[in-house]
Design a binder for this molecule. Sequence first.
Ligand code: F6P
Length: 459
Amino acid sequence: MSKKSQIVIISNRLPVARVRRGGSSEWRTSPGGLVSALTPILSKRPSRWIGWAGTSGSAPEPFEHEGILNHPVRLSREEMETYYEGFCNRTLWPLYHDAVRTPEYRRRWWRPYVEVNRRFAEAAADTVAKRGTVWVHDYHLQLVPAMIRELRPDVRIGFFLHIPFPPQELFAQLPWRQPILAGLLGADVVGFQTRGGAQNFSRLCRRYVAAEGTREELHYEGRTILPGAYPVSIDVERFEQLAKTESVRRRTEEFRKRLGADRKIILGVDRMDYTKGIDIRLHAYRGLLRTERTTLEESVLVQVAVPSRERVEQYGELRAHVEQLVGEINGEFGELGRTPIHYLHRSLPTEELVALYRAADVMLVTPLRDGMNLVAKEYVASRDDTGVLVLSEFTGSAKELHSALLVNPHDIDGLEAALHTALHMPPGEQEDRMKSLHRALRRNDVFHWANRFLDALKV
Ligand code: F6P
C-alpha cells in the first residue's frame, strides 16, 4: 500500500459504498459513469481514489475493490454537519444553482471546509508519485488544487466541477470568493460542464484575484491555467446493450401491462433535490388533467425520486411538498384501481431504470438548473427510435441535446404545452428527433470526456 500512485483521483465520496448483506456488509461500486470511465485508465498504471467512505468516525485502511485502490478519508460527525451538510450543501450548492434556495453564509462552516480540504490534499500529496497526476472532482474540494500545489509543486493537477459555475452577480455574494478562486487556480486545467461556466470562472478570476488572460488561458502567479468546457457523459454502449437484454425487455412489458397498455407513460427520474423541478412537472401534469388536455385513461406519470441529503432542512421540506402534491393530484383525479401518478421514493437498480426508460413514451427532465443531467442522456441511450425527451434549457445536457423538446421550467403554461405536444407527437417526428439525439450522444460518451480532460492535462 505504500507504493506511490501515478494517478490520483479525489472526490468527496469514494466510488464504492458499504452495503449490508445478511448479517455482514460489503463494498459495492456505486452506479454512475465516472467509475466506468476511469477504470480503464486507472487499471493501466498505479493509481488510487481518495474519498469519504460515507460514514462518520475513523476511516477504514486503503483497500482494493474491482481493480481500484480506494483510500478513505475520515470525516467526523461534526464535519458532516459543518463541511458537508453546511458549507457544501447549504452554501455552495444553492449558490451555484442560481440561488433557487437562499444560500446560507455561516462563518462557522468555513473553517471545517478548509480543514477537510486540507486533509484530502495531504492524502494526495503523500501518495502521488513524482511528477504524477491528481484529478480533483467537484465543489466539495475547491481548495484542494492550490493546497496540493503548495505541498507538491512537481505534480500535474486537474479540477473538474460537476455542477454549474455561477455568474459574477451570484458568486460575488460569497464571503470566501477569493480563497475559492485561488484554490481552483492551483490546478493546471479547470474543467466545467459548459462554456458559460468556464467564462464565468475566467471573468471572476480577472475581477477578484488579479489573474490575467482569456476564457481559454489564464495567467496567475507565474503559471498558466487552462479553463475549459468538458461536458460529462455516460457509458452509452452499456445502456444500449442493457436495453437489448431479454430481462429488460420482459420487465418493460411488465411495466407497460401494469400501468395500462393503452396509456402513454410519462416518466421522471431524479434525486429528490429542489434543483430538479419535480414539483413543477407535477403542477404541469395537473394543469393538463384539469383542462382535460389529457385524462386518466390516456396517460400516467411515474416519478422516481431517489432519497438525498435528508438531514438538510430544504430537502425534507421538498419531499413533504412533493408528496403532498402527489396525494392531492391522485385524490382529485384518481379512481379505484387507477391513479394518475405513481410515485417511488427510492433508488432503483440500473436494469430497472432502463426498463422504465424503455417503457416511457415521454421523459420529463425539468431542472431549474443542472450542471449536466445524465438521466436525459440515459433515456436517449436506452431508446431505439421513438420516445420524446422534454428537457429544461437550464441543464448542461440541453447544450448537446438540441433535438429534445426544450422548455423553460419556470413557465408552467409552456411546460404544459410541451407535455401536450410530447404526448401527441407523430412517430415520424419522434424518430427524426431521436436519431439526432443519438448522434449527439455518440459524439461524446464518458470515455471521450475522460480522455479529453486527461489529454488537456497531458497525462
Ligand atoms: O452532481 C453533484 C453531486 O454532488 C455528485 O458529486 C454526487 O454524486 C451527487 O451530487 C449526490 O450528492 P451527495 O454526494 O451529496 O449524496
